[in-house]
Design a protein around this ligand. Structure first.
Ligand code: HEC
Ligand code: HEC
Ligand code: HEC
Length: 430
């Protein structure tokens, strides 16, 4: 008996030893060295050209969306970012020496952007789109560094992250990277001109359009074999930007450029939700970069159905009133004065509702979010904007409205609308 007991104990000890060894091996594998602190550089250390270039790249990269809180100081962080694994916060990337990146050398900054590793050696969560930023050239990284290091330092510690245990343990991210992280590389495609290649470099890279417009796997990994096939962000659906684009009107380079620069395409719709912020940032970019991005994505969508044929817009008003009288009444009272053909806003040149891709996507989610959250005015325009109805309409009423609009103008069938509204409220940013 005793002998049995002893060998049982030996096996147990062996198992423990192996587990400990594996864990230590993993920690060694996950380890990244810290990069020494530096004295914060002064403005004189950078050329004005580099700073200006960095400013443009920061706009194209939409950095403020995650690093500038609502009503907060620029780049001081604290923006909550909801993920299926908990809530993260955009960090303070002003040159404050204590709470920001003031003591980060340029190699430390470059390593964070290309490998997702902070100056102190800890791994960063892929909510920070380094899987896209990794393709940036040295010159562009230098510009971004010059721009950030010459911002006003703000002393502000972002709130602590709340990740589902054990995901708060950062070395685990080394495992995620081993499975999914392949640093992006840009190579010129000789089959296309310089403008297209520039658009690809920017769009796949710093602009990380795929961060929202590509589908993700269960571990938050972008499915790189289905680039731009449509994805989810903050309870919104970012529609496909490839040959499966559900848009009912072709996305030509001209139309895309206008949409990206102003947040409004008169042949489509406004950029609502998270896309609104992207357009607001791109509006401040001068030079040919936005044209380049538009050229690249117009080409990716060149074989979409609408590029071959632009069908007539459905308007089944009578059938919709008969099928959804409550929704029709709500629409007449709350929406028609802006959206009915003949309303002043439409007469002044705004697109009619069914031009919007929201009516032709497989999910009602964007239409629901638009009704709940409203639409900020397009860049530069003094209204009209769309008010938010989250506080005034119940889930049932929003579902009735969407059912009416879908029957009147839609080209896709949606079900379980009330459940969708409840989900949209839960997942959408307030
Ligand atoms: C989609 C959201 C998002 C965007 C867009 C984004 N970041 Fe971040 N960034 C984050 C998050 C979240 C973190 C923190 C990750 C963590 O805690 O592991 C982060 C961390 C960083 C860090 C590391 C700082 C530190 O203290 O650890 C740097 C540097 C950085 N971002 C720079 C940028 C720049 C420059 C841009 C624009 C070109 C940008 N980020 C755009 C979300 C974003
Ligand atoms: C933060 C997430 C996010 C990023 C980054 C983003 N988008 Fe979007 N995009 C969206 C969402 C959400 C929508 C749907 C908005 C709506 O319904 O009005 C959208 C809509 C669009 C549309 C309209 C599609 C249609 O058929 O109506 C285009 C075009 C587009 N985005 C292009 C881009 C390009 C190009 C980039 C990169 C420069 C980009 N997006 C970056 C979230 C994003
Ligand atoms: C004060 C005017 C106003 C009212 C009232 C209004 N909207 Fe809008 N709505 C807008 C504007 C502005 C846009 C952005 C598109 C544009 O500029 O044409 C918009 C866009 C939309 C879009 C498409 C957004 C996109 O990006 O594809 C939908 C769907 C929509 N509204 C539904 C409604 C519904 C339903 C109601 C009633 C509950 C309503 N709106 C009330 C002004 C209004």
């Amino acid at each position: 008996m005793t002998r049995h007991f002893a060998s049982g104990r030996r096996v147990a000890l062996l198992v423990v030893a192996v587990v400990v060894l594996l864990f230590v091996a993993f920690l060694i594998f996950a380890h990244r060295p810290a990069i020494a602190e530096i004295a914060p550089p002064t403005r004189g250390a950078f050329s004005e050209t580099d700073i200006a270039r960095g400013a443009e790249l920061a706009r194209i990269g939409n950095c403020t969306s995650c690093h500038t809180a609502k009503g907060g100081r620029p780049f001081a962080g604290g923006v909550p970012i909801a993920t299926p694994f908990g809530t993260l916060h955009g960090t303070n990337i002003t040159p404050d020496p204590v709470t920001g990146i003031g003591r980060w050398s340029e190699p430390a900054f470059a390593r964070s952007m290309r490998q997702g590793v902070a100056r102190d050696g800890s791994h960063l969560y892929p909510a920070f789109p380094y899987d896209h930023f990794s393709s940036l050239t040295d010159a562009d990284l230098h510009g971004l560094y010059a721009f950030l290091m010459t911002r006003r330092p703000v002393h502000l510690e972002p709130p602590a992250n709340r990740m589902i245990p054990p995901l708060g343990f950062r070395p685990l991210l080394a495992g995620w990277k081993l499975l999914f992280f392949r640093p992006a590389r840009f190579t010129t495609d000789p089959g296309h001109d310089a403008l297209w290649n520039r658009g690809k470099y920017l769009g796949d890279g710093i602009a990380h359009c795929g961060g929202c417009h590509s589908p993700r796997g269960v571990l938050g990994n972008e499915k790189t074999d289905q680039p731009y096939a449509g994805g989810w962000v903050d309870g919104w659906y970012a529609p496909p930007l490839d040959a499966t684009s559900p848009a009912i009107r072709a996305w030509t380079a001209d139309r895309l450029e206008t949409y990206l620069r102003t947040g409004l395409s008169t042949t489509h719709a406004a950029a609502a939700g998270p896309m609104g912020a992207v357009a607001h940032n791109l509006a401040q970019v001068r030079g040919p970069d936005v044209r380049a991005i538009a050229t690249y994505y117009a080409d990716l969508m060149a074989r979409a159905p609408a590029a071959r044929r632009e069908p007539p817009l459905p308007d089944r008003a009578d059938a919709a009133i008969r099928a959804h009288p409550e929704g029709a009444a709500l629409y007449a009272g709350a929406c028609a004065m802006c959206h009915e053909p003949g309303a002043p806003m439409v007469v002044a040149g705004r697109p009619v509702l069914p031009l919007g891709t929201q009516f032709h996507e497989h999910t009602p989610r964007d239409m629901i979010q638009t009704i709940l959250q409203g639409v900020a005015p397009p860049v530069g325009a003094q209204g009209p904007y769309m008010p938010a109805y989250a506080g005034t309409l119940s889930d049932t009423q929003v579902a009735q409205l969407v059912a009416y609009l879908q029957t009147r103008h839609g080209t896709v069938r949606w079900d379980d609308l009330e459940k969708e509204v409840a989900r949209a409220r839960k997942e959408g940013k307030p």
